[in-house]
Write a new protein. Structure first.
Length: 134
């Protein structure tokens, strides 16, 4: 049972990973067990097109998402509806992207790391007290 995918330091994320995720999401819909709950992309080189191509079924299952040191420009976080932990430490992300996180997800996030992030324009309403680290 696959629960965690960790892409280590400076690994280039390519279409093979996305094909694996798509395949596993398809298997899940056909009755196979695929419960990816942790996706660690810290320091990965991944384009917005690649990130946004992660299947919606996978995005809904991910609880822990690590994007530390990642250029997140163009990433759509709106479909990550079950997050409990989001690490954006030293990530480059715009206020519009951050503010696209659904309110329901904000309420369920127990750990949010915004260290070394320019939070200008970030809407922090909806997060539980004490979950934001900076």
């Amino acid at each position: 049972k696959l629960e965690t995918i960790t892409l280590g330091e400076q690994i280039r994320c390519d279409m093979q990973l996305l094909q694996i995720l798509q395949s596993k999401a398809t298997e899940r819909s056909n009755g196979f067990n695929f419960d990816l709950t942790t996706l660690d992309l810290s320091m990965a080189t991944i384009t917005a097109a690649q990130f946004n191509a992660i299947p919606q079924a996978s995005k809904e299952l991910i609880r822990d998402l690590d994007l530390s040191f990642v250029d997140c420009i163009g990433f759509d976080l709106s479909e990550f509806t079950g997050l409990t932990s989001l690490n954006l430490w030293a990530a480059y992300i715009t206020a519009d992207q951050f503010n696209a996180i659904p309110q329901a997800s904000k309420a369920s996030i127990k750990a949010l790391d915004l260290g070394r992030v320019d939070c200008t324009g970030f809407d922090l309403d909806g997060f539980q007290p004490g979950v934001i680290r900076s």
